[in-house]
Each structure stands twice: as C-alpha cells, then as structure tokens.
Design a protein around this ligand. Sequence first.
Ligand code: DGT
Ligand code: CA
Ligand code: ZN
Length: 573
Amino acid sequence: MSKNREIAEIFENMADMLSIADENPFKIRAYKKAAVNILELREAIEDASARGELTQIPGVGKDLADKIREYVETGRMKEYERLQENIPLDTVDLLRIPGLGPKTLSLLFKGLGIRNAADLEKALDGPEILEFKGMGPKKIEDIRRGIALLRKSKERSRLGVVLPIGESLVEAVSRIPRTEGAILAGSLRRMRETVKDIDVLTISDNPPEVVEAFTSLRPEKDVLASGGTKGSVILQEGIQADLRVVGPESYGAALLYFTGSKAHNVRLRGLAQKKGLKINEYGVFRGDAMIAGETERGIYETLGLPFIPPELREDRGEIEAAMEGRLPDLIDLADIRGDLHTHTTWSDGKATIAQMADAAEGLGYEYIAITDHSPSQTIAKGLPIERLLEKKKELAEEAGKRKRIKVLMGTEVDIKMDGTLDYPDEILKGLDVVVASVHSGFKMDRDAMTNRIISAIRNPYVHAIGHPTGRLINEREPYDVDIDLVIGAAAEYGKALEVNGSYPRLDLNDLHVRKAVDAGVKIIISTDAHSTAQLLFMRYGVGTARRGWVEKKDVLNALPFGELYEWLKSGRG
Ligand code: DGT
Ligand code: CA
Ligand code: ZN
C-alpha cells in the first residue's frame, strides 16, 4: 500500500494546525496544495522518493520533499509531531464543526485554552464565550449540535469510505491458503449509509491458521484478538475488522447471523421457535439434528420464506412481505442505463464533457446528462447564460460524434431563496434534463424551505429535485423540510426525486425513498460525479435505493433511452 493518502492527510492536518496557530497564510496554502497534488499522484509516492524526484510533484519544494522522504524512510515526521505537542489532533478535529472556522477556533484556542470537544462543550456553558465575535445563543446551539455530530462521526464511518477497504480486505483474505468463500457481512453487506466496523466471513478446515494469517496481513495494524475461529484487528485506516472462520456446513448460518441486522435475526429466531426449530450461527436444528446451515437460501426455506436480500434485513416489514410473497423485485446496478446528474470542467467538475461521456460509455451506459451548476453557484463556477449557450454548442458537437451513447444537455439549477430558479424558463425549456437543487440558505424555517422546494417542483421545466434534504453524512444535518409534503407535491406534479449516490450525501435516504416510491413518485439514482471516477458512486445510490425497497419500474434511469426521452419531454408544453 502506498503512503500517498497518509502523507496527504498529514499535510492537510499540518495546514490546519498552522491556521489554528494563526501562522503565515502562504505556508498554510503550500501544505494544502501539496496535499491535493499528492492525492492526485498516479504512482506510489515511495517510488518518486526513491528516484529523488519528489520536487517534480507540483507544489512540493525542497522543504516538503525532505519531510516526505523522512516519512517514507522512517514512518515519522518530526515537524508534524512537534506541531502536535502544541496543537493536538483533537483540536484540529474541531474544524469539522460547521460554523467553526479556523479564525474563531484560533481565538478560542488562545483565549480559553480550548483543546478538544469536551473543553469546547464546557466553554459553551460559560459566560466568556459570548465575548467572542459572532457568538450568540443561536451560534452556540449550532456548535453544540456540531459537537454531537462530530462524536457520532467518530463511531461510524461512511459507506463509501469503508466499502472499498472492506472489499480489498476480502480479496486479501481470499488469497490466504486453505480458505474459500470470503465475503463481507454486517452493515456493509446491508449497504447501511454508515458502518461501525468491517465484518468478514470465510470458510476453512483450518481456522486457527487462517485467523493467524489474517492478523498479520498488514503489519501496521493493531491486533485486538486472535485465536480459534475469530480474529479482530484495527486497520491502518483506523477501522476495526473482524474475521470469522467457519466450516462449509455452517457458512450460510454464519453469513445470515453476521449479516444481521440483529432485529431481523431476532424475528427469524422467533419464527423458528414457532416451528419447533432452533436457529443459531451454526445452523437450523430440530432437536439435535441439523437440517440447514450451508446456504442462507436453505435456512430461509426451512422457515417457509424466500431469500430476503441483505439490504432489506432491518425488520421493516420484510419478513411479513416475504411470508405473503410480496417482496419487492429490487433494482440492480446492472439495471442502470445512465447517469442524469454529473458535472464537468464547465463548472466545478474535473473532467471534460468528452471524458465524462467516454467514461459513461465504458460503463456500458446508454446515456449521460451533463448537469453543471447555474450562475448563483459562483464558488462552483456556475454558468451564466452566455456560457451555458457556449457549452450547449460543445456538447452538441460531442454528442454528434458518438454512436453508442446519448449525451444530454442538462443543468443542476439552483432553487433560489424565494423558490424561483436560477435560469429563466426560456432557457430551461431548451435543456434536456433539469435537476433543481438547494445549495444556499440552509437555515430557513421548515415552512419556507418546504414551499421553496415545492415551488421548484411546480415549474414545468423541472424534471427532478436533486439531493432533496441537503444533508452531508457526518458533516451537516439536513435542512428543515417537510419531506412528506415534498413527496406529495412530486407525486401530484409527476416530478422525480433524486437518490444522490455520492456517499457523503445518499439523499434521499433509505426511509425517504421508500416513502417516495410508496407514493408513486419516480426516482432518479445519480452520482453527482465531479470526476470520471465518481461515476462509480452509482452503486451507493443503488444500495440506498434497494434499502428503500425501490424496484426497476420506479427508476427513470433504468429506462431505455427512448422511453426516458419521452418522459423528459412530456408535460413540458
Ligand atoms: P455496525 O454497527 O455498522 O457494525 O452494524 P452491524 O449490523 O454490522 O453490527 P455488528 O458488527 O455489531 O454485528 C454484526 C451482525 O452480527 C449483526 O448485524 C447481527 C449479528 N449480531 C451481533 N450481535 C448480535 C446479538 O446479540 N444477537 C443477534 N441475534 N445477532 C447479533
Ligand atoms: Ca459490523
Ligand atoms: Zn448539488
């Protein structure tokens, strides 16, 4: 594993520490810039270091190159450690609290000696805090909520961060000799939006040897427990991973048990009891005789149930639906035929229209809509009308060159504070795909925000509402909105709601999207990709939709192009 990510993170932390210490802004920017460029490096930074070519990385001068080399060679960076003596990482973490910027934190750090969340919480109760600029009762309440969010984020990590780590771990486990069937279980397999740890299950006739190999896969990590059939480690990314090793006869039972959820398992055990059976992580038993255990399907069968997909196993009615033969036929990643919310270099994306179209074609898509930001999004380089028209020309050219994929001209148009849109209707009318989103004024009260979004739904040229609640998992609470009324309006006006698959968003969430499809609302599952790599976020969106009982028929971007196009054109007058 290359150290690129670790080193980039160290530089980001150093930049934050320097800004809390109120140091030279140029120095701070240098660390930040180096961090970004290291993340974008296409090789292991160790290799560049070995060739003595670190200074060829943009933004890396001699001073930073020395620090990188020191870390590559010794696993330490003295300057980083020296900074931490003064400004602990716990203090840097406080920057993640919305509304608490480096300037304020720097003042609190110096003035009140605030070093961590506990210090900050205490200070919020005292009178001195009100003497700091911008601090009033409302701000203090916001910071309190921010602290709670920060604490939660330390316990549970986001799906899109952990799933790739879990998958590479499963791959490593499957290469251990005398093991087969390595698979993810737990909340990761259920595609929960956040997860506490990584649960891996595998088969072997020699569990202790496999456990031993598991705990020494990567030398950097801590081993919490090792022995018998179970190993537990902390990965270098700071996430716990547990491995259980079972015999083939119990694989299905163990997979079912460790996939959970606990609530689902409890219900299954109850059903088994009623049938005079006992079910545990080894199998299903009648008296002493084991009657199932090898496969999950076999176990469900002994209970008189069809196979229940992991994403549904939350005791949210799936058992009843299974008993009555009305489990949903869930949308699959393979059903997705295109992406209807993406960004390019025309606004704040990293890839060009051509590159995004190529990547989408590579995924086997039939269509992609390019939906850059509208003018209000100045930071995201939203397009004024003249630029939008220029883009339209380039897009038409790109679209004309391609036979396999349709490239659609779209926008992610801002819903302004008063509920009007950031482009006039005449402009929207000329676009293939209009996704309307809220990107500002998050603090509006519930009624105003609800009406604001419903106004957008009423606009005849809007197709869908993007990330309808605005939350950022572990970072920002959703804005206050009556989602039931939004869903009602979408149903009434025949508009779609988005499941944004970008893993910090997953918005709508699983519960909301279920309400939406129950109300007959169509869904778009999109990635909001700002680079070609982010087109792969689709699987998180599909996972969330599956948790929300979404079927193929509910999803617009599972339609063949002709039918989608008809839907896009209908009702636009
Ligand atoms: P999380 O919090 O993201 O790790 O969520 P899970 O569901 O992965 O929870 P975890 O890792 O504590 O346990 C994995 C599975 O093991 C869980 O989904 C169900 C099963 N399990 C754990 N503890 C119990 C228990 O006390 N009773 C039952 N029936 N199942 C349990
Ligand atoms: Ca787990
Ligand atoms: Zn957006």
